[in-house]
Design a protein around this ligand. Sequence first.
Ligand code: G3P
Ligand code: CA
Length: 266
Amino acid sequence: MTQARQHSIQVVAHRGASEEAPEHTLAAYRKAIEDGADALECDVRLTADGHLVCVHDRRVNRTSNGRGAVSALELAELAALDFGSWKDAAESPDWRDPSLTSVLTLERLLELVADSGRHVELAIETKHPTRWAGQVEERLLQLLGRFGLAAPTSPDDSAVRIMSFSARSLHRIAAAAPGIPTVYLMQFMTPRMREGRLPAGARIAGPGIRIVRNHPGYVDRLHRAGHRVHVWTVNEPEDVELCARLGVEAIITNRPKQVLSQLGRL
Ligand code: G3P
Ligand code: CA
C-alpha cells in the first residue's frame, strides 16, 4: 500500500471511470460513483443551441459514430449519436445501451450526483471558452445555480470547482461566483508558474503529472505559496506513489478503483 502523508487524498474520476467505460458517459460516471470516487471530472462544451455537454474533443469524431464540431451541432443531433461503441463494446453490453451512452448533458450529470446518495464532488473543466466570449461560464453558473451550487458559503464548502487552462475563463468565474474554487490547469512549466504563482486568483494548481515528475520541489513550492495541488492524469502506480509522497490534495485518474485500492481505501 502506498504511504501517503497524514491527510486523505481526493480521488477524482477523470471523464468518469474512463479506462473501463466510454469516457464522459453516464456508464463511466455511474461506475466511478460505484467504485467510490470522491469526485468526478468532466469537460464541458456548448452546443450550437446553447446546451452544455460533456465532451472532451472539439469534434465528436473520436468518441462517437458521428462527425463534426460540438459547437456546430444541436443537442438533438448529438442525442442521435452513439458515444459508447467506439470503446471495445465486447467488454460490456451496457455500452450499447443508449440510455447509458448517448451524449451526456452537464444537467444530467448534476442530477446523477444529486441522486447518488453520498457526497460526490464535481471538477468541471471549461474547454476552449474564449470562442464563446463568456457564454460557457454564464451557462455553467446558471445551471449550477439551479442545483444550489453557485454560491457556496465558502470555497471550502463548495462541492464544485471549476478548472481551466484559460486564465480568462477563471477570471470570469471568479468575478461572477467568487465562492466557487477555481483550478488553474498547467501542461507546461512557464517562468511565472515556476515561482508558484497562479493567475486569476486561482486557489488550486492543476499541474500535469509530467510537470510533477520533472520538477522536484514544485509541489512543495505551490504548497508554501498557499495553493492546493490537484494532479492529472495519474494512472501509473509509481505516479500515484509519487503524488502521495508529495502530499498532493487530489489525484485525477482514469482508474479510480485501482488508485483507491493503492491508497488503502478499498
Ligand atoms: O483534469 C485535467 C485534465 O483533464 C486536463 O486535460 O486534456 O484531459 O482535459 P484533458
Ligand atoms: Ca479535462
